[in-house]
Design a protein around this ligand. Structure first.
Ligand code: KIV
Ligand code: ZN
Length: 528
């Protein structure tokens, strides 16, 4: 029983677009939730799939392949639920060229506003003889029968010629002509094994356009895998040769080495207007989509991944940093804002120059000049030699040390702790103005002992309401950071310190808080 209702199908929409003369519009077919989800360990539950599907709708993809309904009840349910809540893109489900698969897919797609059945089978000799144990003629018949059967349920049917990349072009052209005759409005030419070279793949698409009768009645689609790292290049070659639909995944996830990546394709089209091809994606959503897919699928994005990798907009050599600070375009071809990233990152490493350090310090609110900047830079280089990457907290530590050279009214002069299998004891000398105070105390740990010793030197009741030690990130020689929130009567202040010695950092953070309390009190007195 065919679906009914006033559904404007994708096929009709394409005809409308073509009749308006916009034949350079590329249709983006996202298969993150089908080919991408086939990756071991990437399986999502229905709620998570709905979240990804809604994100892809916001991103503006045209067709959303959301599952293979006959494969499991979970997949069936996900396709059904997504069909109910995602309204803009065409919702597509995969089937084999098997009647039962097609019926199940049609059922799962029942609630979709625009629905597509994606059916097909292998067309390379390797698939025909070895995988299917069949013949070319039988495959041709099955292909036609599957499309005809799918057309009973929807007039938007896509046929995939699996392993078309390695198939004989003449036979492939016969299949494509036959399925278009049977009613397929899109024909997918997958490079299933990621074998093709861009030029050869482009030539295959051109061959089909030149040799298939009725080719103008269908959209040719390209679906490329990344086994040789050529998926995006092959997709572009296919589009340049006349394909008008590209099948992609977010972060390029997919079977084995993955699929052509959505973000790489979209940004290439954007960076190269001379290709004359465009798609309807809102590029500012790319980073959000990438993070969502990566976190839900538990699939970290490699740091150097094009467009969405953590380092894609990070500059680490001094020469590059200097260039980017003068003019971003010296080393960036994409404005990070275009893909929803706030700004490029200047990675502070031992190769960074003074300009990059100063830039970051200014962002953090420090305005160091002359000798002060020289001192911080010299310390920065020493720390950067010991650590791979210097982060903002490390800079706060470095600048804090410089500030330590300046005269503070309250200053740690001496700290000794005894700790281990004995009761911890601390002896502390703190300078308050022009007087040194010395105290010794026991505690349940070295920090507790030192803080008790300092508390015994002051009149006010100061309590610690929050004490956060941030874990070292790379090794036990890393800088530890301590944030402490302190309360004195109605006043609440925040103290911070960082040091490779975590006990010292804790005591310094407490003393930093005392200074701030003193400053607050002084201000209050001055204001009456
Ligand atoms: O890679 C491939 O051939 C596929 C088809 C099922 C479209 O994923
Ligand atoms: Zn695939």
């Amino acid at each position: 029983m065919p679906f009914c209702g006033a559904v404007v199908t994708f096929a009709k929409a394409i005809q409308q677009v073509c009749s308006m003369g916009d034949d350079n519009r590329i249709y983006l077919f996202d298969t993150t939730l089908r080919d991408g989800e086939q990756v071991p360990g990437c399986q999502l539950n229905t709620v998570e799939k709905i979240e990804v599907a809604k994100m892809l709708e916001t991103l503006g993809v045209d067709i959303l392949e959301v599952g293979f309904p006959v494969s499991s009840p979970g997949d069936f349910e996900s396709v059904r639920q997504i069909s109910k809540v995602v309204r803009d893109p065409v919702i597509c489900a995969l089937t084999r060229a098997v009647e039962h698969d097609i019926e199940v897919a049609a059922d799962a797609l029942k609630y979709a506003r625009c629905r597509r059945i994606h059916t097909g089978l292998g067309v390379s000799d390797c698939h025909i003889f070895r995988k299917l144990g069949s013949t070319r003629e039988q495959v041709l018949e099955r292909a036609v029968a599957a499309v005809r059967y799918a057309r009973r349920f929807t007039d938007d049917v896509e046929f995939y010629a699996e392993d078309a990349g390695r198939a004989d072009d003449e036979f492939l052209a016969r299949v494509v002509e036959a399925v278009i005759g049977a009613g397929a409005s899109t024909v997918n030419i997958p490079d299933t094994t990621g074998y093709c070279l861009p030029e050869a793949f482009g030539a295959k698409i051109r061959y089909l356009r030149e040799h298939v009768r009725g080719i103008e009645r269908a959209v040719l689609s390209v679906h490329c895998h990344d086994d040789l790292g050529l998926a995006t290049a092959n997709t572009l070659a296919g589009l340049a040769a006349g394909a008008r639909q590209a099948e992609v995944t977010v972060n390029g996830i997919g079977e084995r080495a993955g699929n052509a990546s959505l973000e790489e394709l979209v940004m290439t089209l954007r960076c190269h207007p001379e290709l004359g091809l465009r798609c309807g994606v809102d590029t500012r959503q790319i980073t959000r989509a990438s993070h969502l897919v990566s976190s839900l699928m538990n699939m970290p994005v490699q740091p150097n991944k094009a467009v969405v990798g953590r380092n894609a907009f990070a500059h680490s050599s001094g020469i590059h940093q200097d260039g980017v600070l003068k003019d971003r375009s010296s080393y960036e071809i994409i404005d990070p804002a275009e893909i929803g990233v706030d700004e490029s990152t200047i990675m502070l490493t031992a190769r960074s120059g003074r300009a990059a350090l100063n830039h970051r310090l200014e962002v953090l609110g420090y305005n160091l000049r002359g000798a002060e900047l020289d001192t911080v830079y010299a310390r920065f280089l020493r720390l950067a030699d010991a650590k791979k990457e210097i982060r903002d907290d490390d800079l706060l530590y470095l600048v804090g040390d410089i500030e330590g050279v300046k005269e503070h009214r309250i200053k740690l002069k001496y700290l000794q702790v005894v700790t281990g299998t004995v009761i911890p004891v601390a002896t502390v000398v703190v300078r308050f103005g022009d007087r040194d105070h010395t105290a010794t105390a026991r505690g349940n740990g070295p920090v507790d002992a030192a803080v008790k010793a300092i508390k015994s030197m002051i009149e006010q009741q100061v309590s610690i309401t929050e004490f956060v030690v941030q874990a070292m990130t790379r090794g036990c020689d890393d800088v530890g950071r301590v944030h402490v929130r302190m309360q004195c009567g109605t006043k609440s202040v925040h103290g911070f310190a960082a040091h490779t010695d975590i006990t010292r950092a804790s005591v310094e953070a407490f003393i930093d808080g005392l200074r701030r309390l003193e400053v607050t009190e002084r201000r209050e007195e001055e204001n009456g």
